[in-house]
Design a protein around this ligand. Structure first.
Ligand SMILES: Nc1ncnc2c1ncn2[C@@H]1O[C@H](COP(=O)(O)OP(=O)(O)O)[C@@H](O)[C@H]1O
Ligand SMILES: [Mg+2]
Length: 381
């Protein structure tokens, strides 16, 4: 059997065809404010990708350009292999959920959900079937006849979700959809949205400034800072292998020490803490220029506090300043030479010999949990 050579109008280098969403050099400025520096992003079919970053980092700008609600200054994007940079929103097969529920207040729940189907001229019987289907999915089968104001905030957001999924969008975009809800409801809806994602298999691009939410929900986190992607990876990668101080600080709690790389021993990097002249600290991943200033990052849960003579791995002497019992976990604050405070968080061990504030202690942590970061924020120009 003869096979035709594959043909395509779109150069594979510009738009990998196996991706749901491809963004290349997309950018947007407002006068001299760079809302989004030239940005690349690939999202796979069925993936849950979260844009995470502080307020003003460019998350909404990127999302709105993917939605077709904001025109880019340059760059391109492809959805399902089709160039969509300037396509109108309704041709992109995209569903959106915002923080404000944006339900029509004068329409019943049924009519709110039916709206995108009526716009697409779907027949009445199918509309009835589809609206019931999605009301079941969001677990509110009994509210079809109510007006939005007769529902709680969490219920309204579920209806907004139902309206978004009813026409089976190719990608769902969500911009801080749980931002207006209280913590308990937010936690619950996080799990529901994740469940929904599994059930429908739809690609989701989600925006939040809440790191816990990003860790809980995402296949990959796209960490944004000042209009750029700071780091892109699985929650585990970004948490355990942050590449910058910003990433280490934004995702979870971190201890950061100024240090100098002084040598290499047995495949490990040797570092000296600038304000604690004790034994050298070892870290994996050599390749950092010797003599350079760097920063060392250690997660609080990797740090153990013990008697001054004990401990394996990396060790720093210090004074225990404070012990805070938080139930299942206990926090220790340890002052090291130079006055810096380190934080250790460990599971509470009721049988352990108690340490007292003022005690001399050693903080220790595994060599493999020692992350070396560039001292100054690295910026590609
Ligand atoms: N319409 C606009 N006019 C001027 N500046 C804007 C406008 N929209 C966004 N910006 C600026 O662009 C930057 C990124 O904004 P945005 O994408 O909304 O951030 P985020 O969603 O991460 O909070 C911010 O500095 C913001 O002030
Ligand atoms: Mg925003």
């Amino acid at each position: 059997m003869a096979l035709d050579p594959p043909t395509s109008d779109i150069s594979p280098a510009a738009a990998p065809l196996n991706q749901k969403l491809v963004v290349r050099a997309l950018r947007k400025s407002y006068h001299d404010v760079v809302a989004l520096a030239p940005t690349d992003l690939d999202v796979r079919e069925g993936e849950f990708v979260t844009l995470l970053g502080p307020s003003g980092s460019g998350k909404t700008t990127l999302l709105m350009m993917v939605a077709g609600l904001l025109e880019p200054d340059g760059g391109d994007l492809w959805i399902d292999g089709m160039k969509a940079t300037y396509a109108p929103p309704w041709e992109r097969g995209i569903g959106m959920v915002f923080q404000s529920y944006a339900l029509f207040p004068h329409l019943s729940v049924f009519e709110n959900i039916a709206f995108p189907l009526r716009m697409r001229r779907v027949g009445a019987a199918e509309i009835r079937r589809e609206v019931s289907r999605v009301l079941e999915i969001v677990q509110l089968p009994h509210v079809a006849d109510r007006l939005p104001r007769a529902l709680s905030g969490g219920q309204q957001q579920r209806i907004a979700l139902a309206r978004c999924i009813v026409f089976r969008p190719s990608i769902i975009l969500m911009d801080e959809p749980l931002g207006a809800l209280d913590k308990k409801l937010r936690d619950q809806l996080q799990l529901e949205i994740k469940q929904l994602h599994k059930q429908l298999g739809t690609t989701i691009l989600y925006v939040t400034h809440d790191q816990q939410e990003a860790l809980t929900m995402s296949d990959r986190i796209c960490l944004m800072n000042q209009g750029r992607i700071e780091q892109l990876g699985t929650p585990e990668e970004v948490y355990f292998r942050p590449r910058t101080v910003f990433a280490a600080d934004f995702l979870g709690e971190s201890n950061i020490l100024d240090a100098t790389a002084v040598g290499e021993v047995g495949g490990f990097l040797e570092l000296r803490c600038n304000n604690s002249p004790g034994a050298p600290i070892r870290a994996p991943r050599p390749g950092h220029a010797l003599g350079r200033d760097v920063r060392i990052m250690i997660r609080p849960e990797q740090m153990l506090v013990g008697p001054p003579d004990g401990g394996a791995g990396n060790t720093l002497p210090g004074i225990l300043r404070e012990t805070i019992f938080i139930g299942g976990t206990t926090r220790h604050h340890i002052g090291i030479e130079g006055g810096q405070l380190l934080v250790s968080v460990q599971l509470t061990n009721p049988g352990a010999a108690p340490l007292r504030a003022g005690d001399k202690v050693n903080v220790t942590w595994p060599v493999l949990s020692t992350i070396v970061l560039p001292a100054a924020p690295e910026r590609r120009s």
